[in-house]
Design a protein. Structure first.
Lengths: 208, 187
């Protein structure tokens, strides 16, 4: 998180860790009651770090996330009731909004080129808006990350990558599968945490 | 429009150049791809009239190229992103099938990036460019897509209306325009 030292806080986040935990607990209970007709990926154990991080993210900025996106969505300003209904409608893996600007995808690395394009467009428009792209540690190892990272860096785009390292991709440990992990570039924000929930679902088999 | 009027008996490539000139006159368009800012292949020769500032030369990273176009479109641009051969374009299928084609459904029709994709089928004449430079997957691509509109340019008369529709459409769809490199000289 050294990179944060070079960034400027832009707001106070009023959402508490307990509020985030309570939201995911509610999703968990609803899922286990068979009332969510779709796949869910619950977040946990990273509430404090995310609350700190989002104090650097302006409400006008773009945020890109992946399948485990509930915390990012709430912290960027998507109302909990709207998000919860979307999850109930089976759209947990693809939370999207134009106000606030938020795009998520359930394809590994799929958001990265799109985030890059948004950042390029903002630069062409002389906009001061920033693009934040949250990805996992396995995604950081992919070619598409390194292509986009290199392009953004070389053309000085306002694209900030955040690596959320849980050292696992579904059930595959990143370090085991790759032999070792790449070194994290100094201009990329990085934190690690342990998964609270399984990759998807809640650990209980649910019959719909 | 007068500047871009159709002249009598315009050929396939002339029509493509006319369409590109017309698109290039729009304030929100931007042309992207390899050999778009510089020379290099057949498509390059169809965009040379366009202001250089509107032509963004990109590295060879086909998937990123299409994802970038989606992102730029989300910020209000109408990108015309160009792939000189179908063989190369299939490297971008993740962004085409999983993102551009699904983004309206995923966002409850809130996100409607308008992207125009130009793909050329490699030439067989005067000699074949070989199995990795001449593939035509037009029919397969149509079967894979549910939202992106696919238009194949078979005749010179197809060209301008296809690009005009792609730019002017307000149904929230993007357009994949497929052209035949051989027709640049044959038709």
């Amino acid at each position: 998180m050294n990179k944060l030292n070079s960034l400027r806080k832009v707001r106070e986040v009023e959402i508490t860790p307990d509020q985030l935990i309570a939201f995911e607990s509610k999703v968990k209970e609803t899922y286990e009651a068979g009332e969510i007709k779709g796949v869910i990926h619950l977040a946990g154990n990273n509430e404090n770090i995310l609350i700190q991080l989002f104090s650097y993210i302006d409400k006008e900025d773009w945020v890109f996330s992946a399948w485990r996106n509930h915390y990012h969505a709430i912290l960027h300003g998507i109302p909990e009731d709207i998000l919860f209904q979307s999850i109930k409608d089976g759209k947990s893996m693809g939370t999207n909004s134009i106000n606030p600007l938020f795009y998520s995808s359930s394809i590994v690395g799929g958001i990265i080129p799109i985030a890059l394009g948004v950042a390029k467009a903002l630069k062409l428009k002389n906009s001061t808006k920033k693009v934040w792209c949250f990805i996992g540690d396995m995604t950081m190892e992919t070619g598409v990350f390194w292509e986009a990272y290199k392009y953004a860096k070389n053309f000085d785009l306002n694209l900030q990558f955040v690596i959320e390292d849980n050292n696992i991709s579904v059930h595959t440990p990143t370090e085991l599968a790759w032999g070792k992990k790449m070194e994290i570039p100094s201009d990329v924000i990085y934190y690690n945490y342990e998964m609270k929930y399984p990759h998807h679902g809640t650990g209980k088999w649910v019959n719909f | 429009m007068g500047k871009f009027l159709k002249k009598l008996n315009m050929k396939y490539k002339e029509e493509i150049i006319r369409a590109m000139d017309w698109l290039g006159s729009k304030p929100d368009t931007i042309f992207t791809g390899q050999a778009i800012g510089v020379s290099g292949h057949a498509i390059s020769g169809t965009v040379t009239n366009i202001n250089k500032e509107k032509r963004l030369e990109l590295p060879v990273f086909e998937e990123v190229q299409l994802g970038m176009a989606i992102g730029m479109a989300l910020e209000g641009f109408v990108p015309i992103t160009c792939y000189p051969r179908f063989d190369f374009f299939i490297l971008s299928l993740n962004q085409l099938v999983n993102h551009l084609d699904k983004i309206r459904e995923m966002s409850n029709n809130l996100m409607k990036p308008k992207v125009i994709i130009r793909v050329s089928i490699g030439s067989l004449l005067p000699f074949s460019a070989g199995p990795q430079h001449t593939q035509n997957h037009s029919e397969a691509i149509k079967l894979m897509l549910t939202d992106v509109d696919v238009i194949v340019l078979n005749e010179a008369s197809d060209v301008f209306p296809a690009f005009q529709k792609a730019y002017e459409r307000n149904d929230g769809k993007s357009t994949l325009v497929i052209e035949y490199n051989d027709y640049y000289t044959l038709k």
